[in-house]
Design a binder for this molecule. Sequence first.
Ligand SMILES: [Zn+2]
Length: 393
Amino acid sequence: MEWIDDLRRAFDRDVVVELARDLVRIPSENPPGDESEVAAYLVPVLERLGLRDVAVVTAAENRASVTGRSGTPGGRVLIWNGHTDVVPVGDAGAWRHEPFGGTVAEDRLWGRGAVDMKGAIASVLAGLVTIRRAGLELAGELALQFVADEETGGTLGTAHLLRDGLERADGAIVGEPTRLEAVVAAKGLLWLELRLRGVSAHASQPAQGTNAIEHLAVVLQALRGLELGAAGHPLVGRPTVTPTLVSGGTKANIVPDRCTLTIDCRLPPGQSPEEAVGAVRALLAGLARTHGVDASVTELASWEASEVDPGESIVEAVQDATAQVLGRRAPVAGMTGSTDARYLVNDARIPTVIFGPGSLEQAHTTDEWIAVEQLELGCLAYAATLCRFLGVR
Ligand SMILES: [Zn+2]
């Protein structure tokens, strides 16, 4: 791998930092969801880099993904997938640096999307610049997917590209922030809404009614003890059940006849959502008998878990590349959150590793940032992974 020295020599820190700043400065909050400006920025960048088949794929108005291909057709194909949407800023006044200012200070790039995940997009683009400046040419083909809509489920982004007829690929990278660890397993997500029904009454005579909020207290208590069957997963741990939203009642002096609770369940690979829904239903059936709880369950969302064999060649390519760039092989790891990798793994059957610069700890936070060093290492790690997996000539 003598090309690693060529890559190091060709590497230019300013390229990755400039790209990342530019991207952070383009708002793309989702919701409401509008990636068209980022797409308009990326298209000429990809064209300048000499990519082929550069296209904007629009699943709905303003919901734009960008695709393009680099390298040599006919050999191996690698997909690099990353989302261009970001979560909302929230209270902009609470930020130390302008959320869309792209400030570089204290060796960090600050702003919404810096770590999740415009920094990774800048890193892979700068990686391609580095490969070119090093005088190297990829022997296989890289298919770039800069997608819309990941933060609200990906149906208008990665899933849409898949429906659009995704080409064969031998491996894929999803560039979510993993501190450059090789994430091969991610939990699935299940959102359930529980509707509790009671009987209203004048609050001065509570015994005349059935209080749905008091029943909620019983349900919450029981959920804490709920054991979702599956044993823990070595990389992502046990399933979790977390109450996240609640609403109920009508008026201060009315015994409430309704109450709604939303719960967020995170399920390791191997545990089906059906099994989890069944466990919640069984728990409620038990409470109906013991406490007279009257509740129904509605499934609001269900995203599959994903897992690939750590022996897959894309995982090994990432590990070999990090050994060269960082001086240590990226450890195989798991992720508790959900990513677009599930579409690539479960629907398209493409061995996929989640691998990107920066830490998930700064994602979705006020004062989001990514260390400049992570951008630089991300750039070199991606460049080395591409050379490793696709070969050079
Ligand atoms: Zn993300």
